[in-house]
Design a protein. Structure first.
Length: 135
């Protein structure tokens, strides 16, 4: 089979917290009537590299995310780095960044919090498609 498909690594470290925070009870309401008291601002960055098996190239990566609304920010990016001649093999680098620059979210900004949750969840289900090199 010329294709190999695998999921982006599951959340680790800071994004385990993010996943539980966003997908969990904090975003379960359709809307809020009272402010969401977080108690602290939040900032998380996760970076990693995935080694591409020898003989494969990246056919497609998950969609990047760049969301900024009020105090909420979420950015997720993937980059394919081809093998260096005589050096390391090819890799896919990823960076995930999330921030809430507020101690409390008013009801009007809850929608942005829910949207960041939806985008993060969708991105974490992303797939990397590899194709066997010809020759």
């Amino acid at each position: 089979d010329p294709y190999l498909l695998f999921r982006v690594p599951s959340a680790t470290g800071a994004f385990d917290f993010l996943s539980g925070l966003l997908v969990g009870r904090l975003t379960s309401l359709p809307e809020r009537k009272h402010p969401l008291a977080i108690g602290t601002s939040i900032g998380m960055v996760e970076r990693g590299s995935i080694r591409v098996p020898d003989g494969y190239i990246v056919e497609s990566l998950p969609d990047a995310v760049d969301y900024h609304e009020g105090p909420i920010s979420l950015a997720i990016a993937y980059e394919f780095v081809p093998a260096a001649e005589g050096g390391d093999g090819a890799v896919v680098n990823y960076t995930k960044t999330f921030g809430v620059d507020a101690f409390e979210l008013p009801p009007a900004e809850y929608r942005a919090f829910k949207e960041a949750s939806r985008l993060a969840s969708r991105s974490m289900r992303g797939e990397i498609v590899l194709k066997r090199e010809e020759g």
